[in-house]
Design a protein around this ligand. Sequence first.
Ligand code: KDG
Length: 338
Amino acid sequence: MTIFRRTFIASALASALLAAPFAALAQDIKPRLIRFGYGLVENSNQGRAVKFFADHVEKASGGKMRVRAIGAAALGPDTQMQQALIGGAQEMMVGSTATLVGITKEMALWDTPFLFNNAREADAVLDGPVGQKVMDRLQAGGLVGLVYWENGFRNLTNSKRAVQKLEDLDGIKLRVMQNNVYLESFKTLGANAVPMPFSELFGALETKTVDGQENPYNTILSSKFFEVQKYLSITNHVYSPWIVTVSKKWWDQLSKDEQNVLMDAARASRDFERKDTREEAGRALAELRAKGMQINELPASESARMRSKLSAVNAGIAANVGQELWNETQAALAALRK
Ligand code: KDG
């Protein structure tokens, strides 16, 4: 028997075994409905990954678990969805780790400017012991973290001027996520930092309530910020993760089989999302330039000044998340950089 036939039979057997517990129930229970909320539009890296997750869950459960993907912040901004999960009014969401610091202070670790130099380091730390430890802390707040997805390295856009040196940020009204590290970081850099939910951002840029914002290329593209932002200045000032979370109240009443289906789908969606996001990011700069954005890269000397100025927030993060976790993170990064 060829290797292909053996592999095909093995995978068909595995799918059948996974679906078996649900098949036995097929005739007598309604599908379990799961509302999965997210903030970006359907045609975005975030939206595509939620759809991938939903398809995977339906297939693996033999149709006994159905995920309703609800995008564009239709269920509210990240902070509102987080509260709905904690209260059990919504089952799942994906959003920024940065908006979770009010529930789990250790999430601030991922806000550290220039923490990761590249995606390899981010994947290794987020999917390793440190990432799991931070994720586990969510449970005390009523959430269960499943996996991290990639939002990506964040860059500056604004409607006033190209940011060629730090002084160009002076007086720029810059929207930041509702998170003290982001607020402090951009105040330190001289911007007039304005915390605001993502769901209000496009309107605020359009009406010039704020001059600029910072997000990965993927989000700048899918959220059409190029329509209301002239300048894109490449800074890669922080790697921003998303995290897929579940209501603990709801999770705890699922069967082990149901939890396994969701966990398997979450891991598969993480791998899909990172690949999709990186492929799209690779094309995004050219697409944003074609849409009329003026793109510049911060000179290395200015990037070094930015790193040095922003290192002032690191001590506060270490104190906030705990010196032991901070040291464990730095050790993990040192090992990756050997
Ligand atoms: O709901 C949108 C958020 O999940 C995410 O995009 C956060 O990067 C973010 C921002 O700028 O708010």
